[in-house]
Design a protein around this ligand. Structure first.
Ligand code: NAI
Ligand code: MG
Length: 493
């Protein structure tokens, strides 16, 4: 049984030094689910020192990769044994529909298995000879774990985001201090319990729950941390980058987006409806890669809007635990108020609200919102340019391919982009013109552990997942030798 009111540090469940706690809320009932430990900088210091010790003096970074792989596979197994229970915790903490939560948890297990494979193959591939231009010398490039990683994650995919950082870091031989979001802290603590049972050595994996200022900021500033990995908002990412700059700390950032979905009028109408809806309504639109800007070619505009409104009017909204529900409550009151304010702002800016944007009739409790579509959205407006992070779709029309690409790329973000067309060549061409790190053709959102994930422009730095995510947690060292026992002949001629 996991102790939600304790921190997991150095292989033990401990009470925070100052004894603080906070409540985590079920956004459906607005009731308290659990009281959770609130870490402060004293706890961060203890956790980082434990991670430091495990890395500097422990065996974890020096084990054969196959042994770390075995531990990661046991973590994956531990997650799989509890998929239903973990998914239910995620539903209560975050509000997402149960089938989506089950998906998250299965992907979380899959992520640990994927990086177990990387750890298995690591020793055979970590050293590569480097051809030098001087035959007196030979050199190898060797990959080594970067050290102690501080991972800070958001609330939209709580356990999955933990795995995207923790799995590659552990596979590489790093030790980790994980700080989950204060909005959804529970599954990170469950992960600590699972990792503990899987045999992760003390200090190699630590979880500190708490707030951004009190627990997150001291983690980013701690001199014992070698690498920071963050997923969340742009302002917080920027603050973390500024802190990291002071001590030149290795950093990767996965930040926000306002991703475009370009739909040409030769697209299949029903396929377009399906992927547009998935692109902005799955996980309540609280998705960094949500395709929240729809660019639709003029000829398809009216039939597409008619079909979207029809589908939104019958979208099953409710408790994520109830069968058939496809849209749960927004994650908390702060986010709910933020999304409602964005909708009001869009109206003030002259965008036309075609459907939704209000509390569904008869649902008085919980942070429920009927999905909204804005049309005629001015290009310079805040709602067109900025991340709303809720089920709000902004729509504009375009005439031709050139205009579509221009509108799509006119953003300070570049996380994702999608294109749909009956003309494969055109779709492939547009995909290559997007200035974004993740591009989907004839779909939106499908995410695979094997493929690189991350953004251009203000959407971030670095890539997670796949081999790219593994390299996030590696340093490269050159080992160069002089292949002779005789003097080199510079001073000693
Ligand atoms: P946030 O980016 O502030 O929080 C993400 C994580 O960073 C949390 O664990 C938080 O405790 C931590 N944090 C906050 N301030 C910190 C600091 N100064 N130093 C170190 N860690 C810190 O996001 P938040 O407050 O949860 O949501 C704010 C907005 O960000 C949302 O309304 C949404 O628009 C956006 N967001 C974007 C996400 C994405 O994946 N792109 C994910 C979550 C939120
Ligand atoms: Mg919660």
């Amino acid at each position: 049984m996991t102790a939600y009111d304790k921190l997991y540090i150095d292989g033990q469940w401990v009470t925070p030094v100052r004894g603080g706690t906070f409540d985590t809320i079920d956004p459906c009932s607005e009731a308290v689910i659990a009281t959770v430990a609130a870490a402060t900088e004293e706890d961060v210091d203890i956790a980082v020192k434990a991670a430091r010790r495990a890395f500097d003096e422990g065996e974890w970074p020096h084990l054969p990769g196959t042994q770390r792989a075995a531990v990661l596979r046991r973590i994956a197994q531990g997650i799989r044994e509890r998929v239903q229970a973990l998914a239910e915790i995620e539903v209560r903490d975050n509000g997402k529909p149960l089938p989506e939560a089950i998906w998250d948890i299965e992907d979380t297990a899959g992520c640990f298995d994927f990086y177990a494979d990387m750890a298995d193959n690591f020793d055979a591939t970590r050293e590569k000879p480097v051809a030098l231009g001087d035959e007196s010398f030979s050199s190898v490039a060797r990959q080594e774990p970067v050290g102690v990683a501080g991972a800070i994650i958001p609330w939209n995919f709580p356990m999955l985001m933990a795995s995207w950082k923790v799995a590659p870091a552990l596979a590489a031989g790093c030790s980790v201090v994980l700080k989950p979001s204060e909005v959804t802290p529970l599954t990170a603590l469950e992960l600590a319990d699972i990792a503990h049972r899987a045999g992760v050595p003390a200090g190699v994996f630590n979880v500190i729950t708490g707030f951004g200022k009190e627990a997150g900021a001291p983690l980013t500033a701690h001199p014992g941390v070698d690498k920071l990995a963050f997923t969340g908002s742009v302002p917080t990412g920027s603050a973390i980058m500024q802190t990291a700059a002071r001590d030149i700390r290795n950093l990767s950032l996965e930040l926000g987006g306002k991703s475009p979905f370009v739909v040409f009028d030769d697209s299949d109408l029903e396929a377009a409806v399906e992927w547009i809806m998935f692109g902005i309504f799955w996980n309540k639109g609280e998705v960094c890669s949500a395709t929240s800007r729809l660019l639709v070619q003029e000829g398809l505009y009216q039939p597409l809007m008619d079909r979207l409104v029809e589908e939104i009017d019958k979208l099953p909204i409710g408790n994520g635990m109830d069968e058939g529900v496809l849209l749960g409550p927004l994650v908390n009151k702060t986010q709910y108020d933020k999304v409602l304010a964005a909708i009001a702002r869009g109206q003030e800016e002259g965008a036309r609200l075609l459907v939704g944007g209000e509390r569904p009739a008869g649902m008085d409790k919980g942070y429920f919102l009927k999905p909204a579509i804005f049309v005629d959205v001015p290009e310079e407006s805040w709602v067109w340019q900025e991340e709303i992070f809720g089920p709000v779709l902004c729509v504009r029309t375009f005439k031709d391919e050139h205009e579509a690409v221009r509108l799509a790329n006119a953003s300070r973000f570049g996380l994702a982009a999608a294109v749909m067309s009956g003309d494969d060549e055109r779709a492939e061409r547009v995909a290559r013109r997007f200035r974004a790190g993740i591009v989907w053709i004839n779909c939106s959102q499908p995410t695979f552990t094997e493929a690189p994930w991350g953004g251009y422009k203000q959407s971030g730095i670095g890539r997670e997942l796949g081999e790219w995510g593994f390299h996030n947690y590696l340093e490269t060292k050159q080992i160069t030798r002089y292949d002779s026992q005789k003097p080199w002949g510079w001073y000693l001629k």
